[in-house]
Write a new protein. Structure first.
Length: 297
């Protein structure tokens, strides 16, 4: 029996719990204690073999600094963000701070409520060591589709970028620009992702499904949190949207990405126009529609 600890449960932590084989011993570390689950304190985490990080980016560094004696533990990260201090991939932060190479990244194209309702879904597990990814795969129930690879950096980058694009696909939707342009916008973002791989000096053979599946789910499902945020920006003409706690990650990611691409000769017109609009804080419909209509001309 494997011992699994999920840090900062929240809704996705519960979805992960539903996906795991209950032959394992599973515990949570969370401020919010809901449902009939096992909860432990921080000083007990070291007693567990597999540690799942489900920590919001703005709390990540602080929470990691609280962890001790995790050498030899197998770490799974789910954060779709850069580390704010180093502006590097979270997997590198974990390796450095916790002195471990046993790090795996989990990406998925799933609505959490559907996982909780026991619907079939898929996960992608990536690590520098494919053997480690396969070990994590065995923790999940066999009913789920689990893909494994060594593309841990490519998949983190894909997740970071898709969150930005999917929010803005819903903004385009809210501008009544119709489906032809919106889907062209989404498709062109895949080309921009390939350019991001060059900026980060990564091979472009990242998992095809990881680039596609969550982008199209987040950009096309009205159950997505990104739909609510993108739609509300336009409907209410928000100039201050940091009150949306769930969107902090993509704002930070956007700023970090812009730093890395601003002097590049490669085509990053999607990221650049989003960055420009965010810092102008002008969400007038007519103004935005005019900017997007000229984007690919």
């Amino acid at each position: 029996m494997n011992k699994i600890c999920i840090i900062w449960a929240w809704k996705f932590g519960l979805a992960l719990y539903k996906s795991l084989d209950k032959k394992n011993e599973i515990a949570f570390v969370s401020r919010t204690k809901k449902h009939n689950l096992k909860y432990i304190d921080y000083d007990e985490i070291a007693n567990y073999d597999y540690i799942f990080f489900c920590i919001p980016s703005n709390y990540l560094d602080d929470r990691i600094s609280e962890l001790k004696n995790l050498k030899g533990k197998k770490i799974l990260i789910t954060e779709k963000c850069f580390d704010l201090e180093s502006e590097d991939f979270v997997s590198n932060l974990i390796e450095e701070k916790l002195s471990t190479n046993d790090v795996c990244f989990l990406s998925w194209a799933n609505i959490s409520s559907e996982i909780i309702a026991w619907k079939v879904c898929s996960y992608d597990l990536s690590s520098k060591d494919i053997t480690l990814a396969e070990k994590f795969k065995k923790l999940f129930l066999s009913k789920y589709i689990i893909n494994t690879s060594t593309n841990i950096y490519q998949n983190q980058l894909a997740w970071i970028y898709k969150n930005i694009v999917s929010i803005w696909s819903w903004i385009v939707y809210s501008l009544s620009m119709w489906e032809n342009f919106r889907n062209y916008f989404i498709s062109k973002s895949l080309e921009e992702y390939e350019n991001l791989l060059l900026i980060f000096d990564l091979d472009s053979y990242s998992d095809f499904w990881t680039k596609i599946w969550d982008l199209f789910l987040s950009a096309n499902s009205k159950k997505s949190r990104n739909f609510k945020f993108g739609y509300t920006i336009i409907k209410e003409n928000l100039s201050d949207f940091k009150s949306f706690d769930e969107t902090v990650e993509w704002l930070n990611n956007l700023n970090i990405l812009h730093k890395k691409i601003k002097s590049s000769y490669l085509d990053f017109r999607i990221t650049k126009i989003i960055y420009e609009i965010i810092h102008e804080r002008n969400f007038d419909k007519k103004y935005l529609k005019n900017k997007f209509e000229k984007l690919f001309l």
